[in-house]
Write a protein that binds this ligand. Structure first.
Ligand SMILES: NC(=O)c1ccc[n+]([C@@H]2O[C@H](COP(=O)([O-])OP(=O)(O)OC[C@H]3O[C@@H](n4cnc5c(N)ncnc54)[C@H](OP(=O)(O)O)[C@@H]3O)[C@@H](O)[C@H]2O)c1
Length: 303
């Protein structure tokens, strides 16, 4: 199987590429900066330049391709200036539209696994959310809805499409833990806001396995990519402090977070209690289903 991967050099993409290559699958990567992927994919002919906002990927990128994994998109973390919001939206909506145009132009059929996010659901308090639950009206939810719609456009060309509504991805060296680890190690960690909001997370290894499961035909449609046990944010902070052997007693009040992170603070403070119903029904088994074991696996130490 040859898989075309966008966002291959990212936090999720580099683990996925390593997993695909280790299991004998061949990988072609699309990147805005192909030279940055040399260490990951030494075969230069397997890395193609693509500017997602400018148009479809070059036709050669699709030669011999059985599947596409689409992970590219502007980082959601950071201060949401109007330019940042535009980049978050356009990189996903326009970028996915162009990718699907490339898929259609290439002909043939295959499997598209496209990232989406639990941001689709918006702020939902205590409600337990499955894939059948509807979206909300906030910025990220609207982006996710349009992002998924563009990806599902490949179905008209006979492709099987899976949109993974990804939760907070956990591993060292990036994502939420990449941002939280230093303050926690310095003893400056604590809950965000009230800490009562639900955080739905997934160990990166499980996300990579879920993508492979979808590539192997195990899934289609919208699928929550979250561990079966979401936790309240205060419990998340407490557990992270415990595995790092540091106190987690310095809460960040919501107004301070809003001042520091602007619109993005909404994502940290909003409550999304998401369950991976469709993945479980399809027979996917999570290796890291419970937070304390997942964090222990990441940071080592006794189980
Ligand atoms: N990490 C999480 O916790 C999480 C949670 C929910 C959803 N997701 C989604 O899952 C996907 C992968 O996540 P990740 O954490 O691996 O992301 P990431 O590390 O930020 O990497 C994504 C890749 O997107 C490309 N990219 C960055 N800015 C871009 C822009 N403005 N326009 C087009 N492409 C751009 C980059 O590839 P090149 O430089 O090679 O082009 C980058 O390597 C993303 O779509 C993300 O929204 C992630």
């Amino acid at each position: 199987m040859r898989v075309l991967v966008t966002g291959a050099g990212g936090f999720v993409g580099r683990a996925l590429v390593a997993r695909l290559i280790a299991s004998g699958k061949r990988v072609t990567a699309l990147s805005r900066r192909p030279e940055a992927l040399r260490a990951l994919i030494p075969d230069a002919s397997a890395v193609r330049a693509w500017q997602p906002l400018e148009g479809p990927p070059p036709g050669e990128a699709f030669e011999g391709i059985d599947a596409v994994v689409h992970l590219a998109g502007e980082k959601v973390a950071g201060v949401w200036t109007s330019a940042k919001r535009r980049a978050i939206e356009d990189s996903r909506v326009v970028g996915t539209r162009h990718l699907v145009e490339g898929i259609r132009a290439a002909g043939g059929t295959g499997t598209l696994v496209s990232a989406s996010a639990i941001g689709y659901y918006g702020e939902r308090g205590e409600t337990v959310l499955g894939e059948q639950d509807g979206p909300s009206g906030d910025f990220l939810s609207r982006v996710c809805q349009r992002w998924e719609r563009e990806a599902r456009g490949a179905e008209a060309a006979g492709w099987t499409v899976t949109c993974l509504r990804i939760g907070i991805v956990l591993e060292r060296g990036g994502g939420a833990l990449g941002a939280m680890e230093v303050p926690f190690r310095l003893g400056l960690g604590g809950r965000l806001g009230s800490g009562r909001q639900w955080w739905s997370w997934i160990h990166r290894e499980d996300l990579v396995e879920l993508i492979v499961f979808a590539l192997d035909g195990g899934l289609s449609g919208e699928v929550n990519a979250t561990a079966p046990e979401p936790v309240r944010q205060a419990a998340f902070a407490r557990e992270l402090g415990r595995v790092l052997h540091r106190p987690a007693r310095l809460p960040v009040p919501a107004p301070v977070l809003r001042l520091l992170a602007g619109g993005f603070s909404w994502e940290l403070l909003s409550s999304k209690r998401v369950l991976p119903r469709r993945a479980l029904e399809a027979g996917f088994r999570f290796r890291h289903g419970e937070l304390s074991a997942a964090l222990q696996a990441i940071y080592g130490g006794p189980r």
